[in-house]
Unconditional design. Structure first.
Length: 145
């Protein structure tokens, strides 16, 4: 397995262990992780602390040229908000663990010139399937249903 996807999965598991939603993300620059995050909507009582947003926040303030050389990994297809952040900072590539349980605006992101790789990783799929079955009300809240 890709070490960066594994790091994102580790983040997802941290979120789940803390009572949150098991989605994780890492930001990679030149083969090094510069930001890690996981969905913390529950933990922070926040509407914006999705995994990718939390990851970008944890990466800290960086010049635009840094983001333009990064790869954003996420265990789940980024939602419109998180995809928008990647587009805003011109992150050129997003690697997605899975989009079986949820699909963000991938076609739109690709149309903006971003490479989006979907791995359909079985661990990512099972994490979300188990969570959605156990906590459908929390999942529906997270995706705005």
């Amino acid at each position: 397995m890709d070490a960066f996807l594994q790091a994102a999965i580790d983040e997802a598991r941290k979120g789940l262990a803390a009572g949150g939603i098991p989605i994780g993300s890492v930001l990679v620059l030149d083969g090094q992780i510069i930001g890690r995050g996981h969905n913390q909507r529950v933990q922070h009582g926040s509407v914006i602390h999705h995994a990718e947003m939390n990851c970008l926040e944890n990466a800290g303030r960086r010049p635009a040229r840094v983001y333009q050389r990064c790869i954003l990994y996420s265990t789940l297809s980024p939602c419109p908000m998180c995809s928008g952040a990647a587009l805003l900072y011109k992150i050129p590539r997003i690697v997605v663990g899975e989009n079986v349980t949820f699909q963000g605006p991938e076609a739109y992101v690709r149309a903006q010139g971003v490479t989006v790789d979907i791995l359909q990783d079985p661990v990512c799929i099972q994490l979300m399937r188990d969570f959605i079955a156990a906590r459908p009300e929390l999942w529906n809240e997270d995706i705005g249903v």
